[in-house]
Design a protein around this ligand. Structure first.
Ligand SMILES: NC(=O)c1ccc[n+]([C@@H]2O[C@H](COP(=O)([O-])OP(=O)(O)OC[C@H]3O[C@@H](n4cnc5c(N)ncnc54)[C@H](O)[C@@H]3O)[C@@H](O)[C@H]2O)c1
Length: 254
């Protein structure tokens, strides 16, 4: 489904991003992972053939993002897709408890990183009539307690996705977002550790999703392969929940 597509994937070193990396390679893509942490050797061995690229770069640093895109274009001469997946979910706080630096970090990583990847990638996507995919979250549309700024960044990603879809449609560039609920990843594990009711947290996360369990990231990765593929050629501006129905209405949670 993604034969020879050059896909730039942020936060591809772990969690959902790592599942996407594997799924994109399996679908025939050539991937360029941009992550602040170097990839573990076993992952490198699993991914690395001469074609794929892994760049250690912190997305809050515009200069290193620009250099990463220069290196990608120098190696492949084109970019077919950008998947903005990297984010931080810490801290679990209400707005009034949030410090300026916590606000800035969440905004910089989760949102401003998309400004940078678009600034340095859009000219190449115009040439390839490529596409952009943003990883949002169901909380961006339904809210979540004790997680104010993270929720704000995901709500902004939903609105940004629609604005970008309209701005880039004249160039035949599609822009969509995928919206998970709770996926078992290092970030979710870290979030769980911050929650008061440790004994109930796993039950809560499973029950959050009407399909009854908290899945691993492969369920998101498969939807992302579809959204990047030609099968989704007439889809743009959508926020696709892949959530087991978590955003649906009233349910008896007992
Ligand atoms: N896990 C969930 O339950 C869940 C639910 C909804 C949405 N999401 C979203 O899915 C995406 C992936 O989340 P995850 O749970 O897989 O997280 P994760 O922590 O497992 O993976 C995030 C990856 O992004 C990288 N990263 C973080 N900050 C970075 C930076 N400044 N520069 C470069 N790389 C950086 C990390 O090194 C890591 O490899 C995020 O956008 C998150 O908001 C996750």
């Amino acid at each position: 489904m993604l034969e020879n597509k050059v896909v730039v994937l942020t936060g591809g070193g772990d969690g959902i991003g790592w599942e996407c990396a594997k799924a994109y390679v399996k679908a025939g893509a050539i991937i360029c992972i941009i992550d602040k942490n170097p990839l573990a050797d076993e992952k490198l061995n699993e991914l690395i053939n001469t074609e794929n690229l892994v760049i250690t770069c912190n997305l809050i640093n515009e200069t290193t993002v620009a250099a990463a895109f220069d290196a990608i274009v120098e190696k492949y001469g084109r970019i077919d897709a950008i998947h903005n997946n990297a984010a931080v979910a810490h801290p679990s706080k209400t707005l009034d408890e949030t410090t300026n630096s916590e606000w800035d970090l969440l905004m910089d990583v989760n949102l401003k990183s998309i400004l940078y990847t678009t600034r340095y990638g859009i000219a190449h996507l115009k040439k390839s009539q490529g596409c952009i995919l943003n990883t949002s979250s169901v909380v961006g549309s339904i809210g979540q307690d004790n997680h104010a700024v993270y929720v704000a960044t995901k709500g902004a990603i939903n609105a940004l996705t629609k604005a970008m879809a309209l701005d880039y449609a004249p160039f035949k560039i599609r822009v969509n977002a995928v919206s998970p609920a709770a996926i078992n990843t290092p970030t979710l594990q870290a979030w769980s550790q911050e929650q008061p009711n440790q004994n109930e947290i796993e039950t809560y996360l499973n029950k959050l999703q009407p399909l009854g369990h908290m899945p691993a990231g492969d369920v998101i990765a498969d939807a992302c392969v579809f959204l990047l593929s030609n099968a989704a050629r007439f889809i743009t501006g959508i926020i696709l929940p892949v959530s087991g129905g978590a955003e649906l209405g009233y349910r008896t949670l007992i």
